[in-house]
Design a protein around this ligand. Structure first.
Ligand code: 5RP
Length: 265
């Protein structure tokens, strides 16, 4: 692996082999998502505990201070909206020149395995990998968003992750599911977990993050369950402890409660 590629990957996946990416890219198809109306404000107190931000160029340019940022994973796919015909019909939106100009540590795009746009999104991934490898920029493949999330089982997610890795993704983002080891065992590159829509309780989030890490995930790319929570900093710090400090769900919940009790509303 080239020095540049290694250097970028090591700015994302920390020396303990773990990572906590904070995604704020949701607006690219959801518009002003709840609690992300002003992304720059939302992330301010969370940034110290994040290893990287997953973001589009528009929000990056307009809401993130380049002098006080974290490594950037640039979302480079889109072209659909939640009120449009089909979320799976994404294309590449952002050039490699733009990614270089923005000094990103990685780029990320979605693939839609099992949909009518499977071939197109997979070939887009391959094309992006071809271009990014020339510049030493890792590609993170995002699997199974939108309707595809209904197929949240190990067999389907293992299929998506393996295909993404086969096409050259350096990191794969997927969702936690039961028997998560089947997903990580079949994927030769690091796997990170997204959170999905907000869970009922914070303990639920801590439990699936812990389980996923015990079963081979290198970390999380988790947004709504942090920044849509009533106590986002407490959530962020508790999950940070699970990812980087080997905290159990119970220990993380104690951390959450302690920080919550000290938080002024
Ligand atoms: C959808 C994405 C998000 O980055 C991903 O879903 C993670 O966010 P969350 O934890 O809120 O699901 O790729 O745009």
């Amino acid at each position: 692996m080239d020095w540049g590629m290694k250097n970028r990957l090591s700015s994302l996946i920390q020396s303990d082999g773990r990572c906590f990416f904070l995604p704020i890219d949701h607006g690219y198809f959801q518009g002003p998502t709840r609690c992300l109306e002003r992304p720059g404000e939302t992330i301010k107190p969370l940034l110290p505990y994040a290893d990287a931000l997953f973001v589009t160029r528009g929000v990056l340019r307009n809401a993130i201070d380049p002098a006080k940022s974290k490594p950037i994973i640039l979302r480079v796919s889109g072209g659909t909206s939640m009120v449009g015909e089909d979320l799976a019909n994404e294309g590449l939106t952002t050039s490699i020149r733009e990614a270089v100009r923005l000094n990103v540590s990685a780029v990320g795009m979605s693939i839609f395995v099992g949909t009518k746009y499977e071939k197109e999104t997979l070939l887009n991934l391959a094309k992006l990998v071809n271009e990014c490898e020339d510049y030493g920029i890792p590609v993170m493949a995002v699997t199974a968003v939108g309707r595809e999330l209904e197929k949240r089982d190990a067999r389907y997610l293992a299929l998506c992750c393996r295909i993404a890795a086969e096409l050259g993704a350096r990191v794969v983002k997927t969702y936690w599911c039961k028997n998560f080891e089947k997903v990580t065992n079949g994927c030769p590159v690091p796997v990170v977990m997204a959170g999905g829509p907000k869970c009922e309780t914070e303990l639920e989030v801590m439990e699936f993050v812990y389980d996923g890490i015990q079963n081979g995930a290198v970390g999380i790319n988790l947004g709504r369950n942090v920044w849509q929570h009533e106590y986002p900093v407490a959530m962020m710090r508790a999950l940070h402890a699970v990812v980087h400090k080997k905290a159990t769900p119970k220990e993380a919940h104690e951390i959450f409660k302690e920080i919550k009790s000290k938080t002024k509303k």
